[in-house]
Every structure is written in structure tokens, then in C-alpha cells.
Design a protein around this ligand. Structure first.
Ligand SMILES: Cc1cc2nc3c(=O)[nH]c(=O)nc-3n(C[C@H](O)[C@H](O)[C@H](O)COP(=O)(O)OP(=O)(O)OC[C@H]3O[C@@H](n4cnc5c(N)ncnc54)[C@H](O)[C@@H]3O)c2cc1C
Length: 522
């Protein structure tokens, strides 16, 4: 239920895995897995229309669904996202001279077996962490692409996700799901729910397409969460005590010239009580201010946003900006799968888009349903329990990681001081940070093989924000042994960086070529 990014991604992931039948295929086609997938979407309630940054995981999600990357670039106004560039987050005494650091999508050189962080501590005055261990951040300045036109679809020289137009993305997914994957699309408003004797949802009642029965109902109805929230009354767990932002002002900004450079990174610039995102698509930029309404007025937040637009695109762009306000309660449902209903997307929860973690949760939720689709009603509760445990854990890790960005800031505004207040820091994160003061983040920190954020992500944020790890005696010993090897790895990274800088095109050059010639199919 729901035809936003969550609904169509979920439908596509499940349909691609299971060879869903159309009506006739379910009845007779031996190729079909024997079930039908129906997506019902309101013709009256629009989608949220934001959500323009993805993780690299989106590449394999699209590939598994059988979508051509060339078509995706052409139809979704897509560009490359290679990570996030944080500007002015450290602040403090340095507020007059903007500070910045990058969290790139590529892990440090030789990350599988060598932790370069302790070695970098010795040269931290000469080179920033990201530049020392990974080529990606150096490419940001030249707005360079992570691949060439000769690199096949979905392959890369440097890991990447996407920036995209959310409305066009939902439309591409819809056409693909319906035309290629056998998903049935019904445009109607769900108005009531019929319950079965065991409390399951037996069917949903629509205004114009009759009653739709089903075995499993996936609630992608957006923040109203009509099935899990309204029908089942599964409550929200507010996370506002950790992450205060609850309002966004979003605008679209034209480029001054059609040949202006396209940023390789989502640019995130800290403000008095929040931050401004800046996403470069080929045709326009998406810019928005996320803030806490307990710390800022709408008027002041709007002024900060318009001042940002004016500084980067000129007065005319600021004067003409159509600003849209979106409010949200930061948090997630107490559980996501209840009876025969599972919520995905905004209906499951939402927390500020600082590391664009919403769509990746949609991809992971859909993939888990597709992989573990219950064979019958008896096993559904077991799968539901696994699902709930896994995603509750993931939400906690997302909250930890987002909060980390705030607690190391030296900015003095009340909002930033409140973020540093110990009462607002989750215990798990506080414990990790205490450890990291004496040992740098590493593979040993992660409890699960499929952890959302690798220790590399924590390294990039911590050391980007100027965090110091006092090297332990063990680290110093192993450092001496590995000193020569680490030195070689830093040199190899510097050399590879130069090679890539010399050989990779700019984002705009490559995107123009993709539009004209297309990428090679794998
Ligand atoms: C300011 C902001 C910035 C964001 N930035 C990012 C980002 O950079 N990266 C990222 O990953 N995520 C981001 N997100 C989150 C992302 O936008 C959402 O996770 C994503 O768009 C999925 O939304 P959705 O499909 O769950 O909901 P929606 O888009 O709201 O879709 C809900 C659907 O349900 C349907 N519906 C509702 N009621 C009924 C009914 N009664 N009957 C039938 N159908 C019904 C509607 O018609 C609609 O199709 C951002 C969110 C916000 C608020």
C-alpha cells in the first residue's frame, strides 16, 4: 500500500526475486512463484517528493531489479553521489574560517587487513584523514566522477550512490514494476480494513477498486502509517531527545548556467540550529534546511536558507525560491512487523536525512522480506520477530552514527550545546566514544557482519571532526611493526589519487556522455 519510493522499491525488489505473476500467470504460468503482488496507491494523496540522496546499495538494488543504469540516469535526472561533505560542523573558535571534512563512500586503502588510523595519527598535522587513506575526497574539489564512460553499468573506479529526482524515480520504478516485473497497479484510496478472526488483515476496502484480499500487507503509506500505525496502533518511539531536528524547509534552485559543475557529494552545511543540504542534479540543485523548531523559528530558518541560496546562486534564485515546509516526528515504530502487516519507509519511521539512511532501510527491509518470504502463516511470526529484532538494532545504530556528527562540534549556539549534553547522548554511543579515545574504530567494534555503518565511517567522521585517539601501548607496538607497510599504503593512496585525478572526467562531462551514448551493459 503506497506508491512513493518505499512502495515501488519494495514491490520491485520482491517481484524481481520471486517472479511474480500477473493474474493469468498466477493461475497458469509455471514460471511464476504462484503469487500476485498488487500495489494500491491513492490518486489523491501525493508522495512526499523529497529523498534525493542514496547509498551505494542502490546500485545493486536497481541492478537486481533489471533496470538499466543508463535509463536510470536519463529518466531520473540522476547524478553521482560519492559521500557527504560536512562544512562548518566543527565551528567553535574557527567559525570565521569554515572547516570541512568528507565522509566518502570508499573505505580506507587496504581496509580489510590494515587499520591506517593509528598510523595517520603520526602525520595528522600534514594531511587530513580522508585524503591520507582514500582518493575520493580529493576528487571532490574538481567535481570529478567515480567512473569513465568505458566503465560498464554499475561498475566503478570509486564507490558511489546517487542523487536523483524523487518524483521521476517513483515513476521509473512504477513503469518497470508494471511493464517488466508483473506487479499489478491499482489507483484507489484505501478507506477501511477488514480483520480476520486471528487479528490479521484479511482485506482492504478501496473507494473505487473494491475489496483487495491478501496474505501479507506491506504498509508504505507514508508518515500516516495507515495499517501499522492507525489500524494496529503500534506506537511511535520518539527519538527527539537524541536528534532534535523535526522540520525541513525544502527548495529547488536552478544553476546559473547549464554547464555549472555538479557536486560529487551531498553538501551539508551546519547552521545555528540544524544544517542545510545541497544536492546537485544535472538539471537543478535540491536545497533544504533541516532544523529543530525548539531551537529556531521558521522565519529565522527561512532567512538562513535564503541567505545560503543567495550566496551560492544569486539574489534572483533566492527571491524566486518556492520553499516547502515538511514536519516530522523523529523516531520509529515500536516494531515494524505485526501480524500479517509490515511497515516500510516513512510509515516505519523517519529521522533527519543527515546520512540519507531512509532509502537504504527501505532497500534492506524489502530485501529481507523477499529473501525470507514466509512459506505459510505459521512461519510468518518467526520471520516477523527476526525482522523486528534486526531493524530495531539498525535504527539504534543509525541514531548513534547521526548523533556522533553533533557531539564533537565546538559550536556555541544553544542547539549545539544541547547536542553535547550527556543526557542527549545514547549510552551505546557514549561507551564507544570513551573507547575510541584510546583505540581507533576498527572491525572489532562491529557486532554483526551486515552492520550498516562500517568502522571506516566512524573513522571518517571522528577524525574529520578533529577527534584525538591516544594510541594504546598495543597500538604503538603493532604500529612500529607495521610502520613500513603503512607508509607504503599512504604512498600508494597518494599515487592512485593522482592517477584518478588525471584520468576521471567531471560529473557533468560523464553525465552528458551517458545521456548521449549510454554506459556499456555488463
Ligand atoms: C526533508 C526530507 C529529506 C529526505 N532526504 C532523504 C535522502 O536524502 N535520502 C533518503 O534516503 N531519504 C530521504 N528522506 C526520506 C525519503 O523521502 C522517504 O523515505 C522516501 O521518499 C519514502 O517515502 P514513502 O514512500 O514511505 O512515503 P510517501 O512518499 O509519502 O508515499 C506514501 C504513499 O502512500 C499512498 N497513500 C497514502 N494514503 C493512502 C490511502 N489511504 N490509500 C492508498 N494509498 C495511500 C500515497 O498516495 C503515496 O503514494 C527524506 C525525507 C525528508 C522529510
Amino acid at each position: 500500500m503506497g506508491g512513493g519510493s518505499a512502495g515501488w522499491l519494495t514491490a520491485g525488489v520482491i517481484a524481481a526475486e520471486h517472479c511474480v505473476g500477473s493474474n493469468s500467470a498466477v493461475d497458469g504460468n509455471p514460471q511464476s512463484d504462484g503469487f500476485q503482488l498488487i500495489l494500491v496507491e491513492s490518486p489523491d494523496i501525493s508522495t512526499i517528493g523529497v529523498g534525493e540522496g542514496t547509498w551505494p546499495s542502490m546500485r545493486s538494488t536497481l541492478q537486481k531489479m533489471g533496470i538499466s543504469e543508463t535509463k536510470f540516469f536519463r529518466e531520473c535526472s540522476a547524478s553521482f553521489k560519492q559521500g557527504t561533505l560536512f562544512s562548518n560542523w566543527l565551528g567553535g573558535e574557527k567559525q570565521d574560517s569554515p572547516d570541512s571534512y568528507i565522509h566518502p563512500f570508499t573505505v580506507p586503502h587496504s581496509y580489510a587487513d590494515t587499520n591506517l588510523a593509528p598510523h595517520w595519527q603520526l602525520i595528522r598535522d600534514q594531511v587530513n584523514f580522508a585524503d591520507a587513506v582514500c582518493p575520493q575526497s580529493a576528487l571532490a574539489e574538481g567535481h570529478q566522477a567515480p567512473k569513465k564512460i568505458s566503465t560498464p553499468e554499475y561498475a566503478f573506479q570509486l564507490n558511489y550512490g546517487y542523487h536523483l529526482d524523487a518524483g521521476k524515480f517513483a515513476e521509473l520504478l512504477r513503469a518497470h514494476c508494471v511493464d517488466k516485473l508483473g506487479v499489478t497497479h491499482i489507483k484507489a484510496n484505501v478507506e477501511a480494513i477488514n480483520s480476520a478472526q486471528n487479528g490479521d488483515i484479511a482485506s482492504v476496502v478501496t473507494d473505487s477498486a473494491g475489496v483487495i484480499e491478501g496474505d501479507l500487507f506491506i504498509d508504505c503509506s507514508g508518515s500516516r502509517s495507515l495499517l501499522l500505525g492507525e489500524h494496529y496502533q503500534v506506537p511511535m518511539c520518539s527519538k527527539q531527545k537524541y536528534l532534535f531536528n523535526n522540520t525541513a524547509l525544502a527548495a529547488q534552485v536552478p544553476y546559473a548556467s547549464p554547464e555549472d559543475p555538479i557536486q560529487s557529494f551531498t553538501l551539508s552545511t551546519a547552521q545555528s540550529a540544524g544544517w542545510i543540504w545541497d544536492i546537485g542534479l544535472p538539471s537543478r540543485r535540491g536545497v533544504g534546511h533541516v532544523y529543530s523548531d525548539a531551537h529556531n523559528t521558521e522565519e529565522r530558518a527561512r532567512q538562513e536558507l535564503l541567505a545560503y541560496i543567495e550566496a551560492s546562486a544569486g539574489k534572483q534564485a533566492a527571491d524566486q525560491a518556492m520553499v516547502r515546509k515538511i514536519q516530522f516526528d523523529p523516531g520509529h515504530r515500536e516494531k515494524f512487523w505485526h501480524k500479517n502487516c509490515v511497515a516500510i519507509g516513512m510509515s516505519a519511521g523517519f529521522i533527519e536525512p543527515l546520512e540519507a539512511s531512509a532509502l537504504v532501510l527501505v532497500e534492506l527491509s524489502a530485501a529481507m522480506i523477499a529473501e525470507q518470504l514466509p512459506a505459510n502463516r505459521e512461519t510468518m511470526d518467526l520471520v516477523a520477530k527476526r525482522f523486528n529484532d534486526k531493524f530495531l538494532y539498525r535504527w539504534d545504530r543509525i541514531i548513534d552514527f547521526l548523533k556522533l556528527h553533533y557531539i564533537l562540534s565546538e559550536r556555541e549556539d544553544q542547539y549545539w550545546q544541547d547536542h553535547r549534553d550527556g543526557a542527549s547522548i545514547p549510552d551505546h554511543l557514549a561507551e564507544q566514544v570513551a573507547l575510541w579515545r584510546h583505540q581507533s574504530p576498527w572491525h572489532r567494534d562491529t557486532a554483526h557482519v551486515d552492520e550498516l555503518f562500517p568502522s571506516a565511517s566512524f573513522q571518517y567522521v571522528l577524525y574529520g571532526m578533529g577527534f584525538e585517539t591516544q594510541r594504546s601501548a598495543t597500538e604503538r607496538r603493532s604500529e612500529q611493526q607495521a610502520y613500513q607497510r603503512a607508509g607504503n599504503l599512504f604512498q600508494e593512496n597518494a599515487k592512485r589519487t593522482q592517477q584518478l585525478q588525471a584520468s576521471l572526467p567531471t560529473n557533468r562531462e560523464l553525465i552528458n556522455k551517458i545521456h548521449t551514448y549510454g554506459l556499456q551493459k555488463i
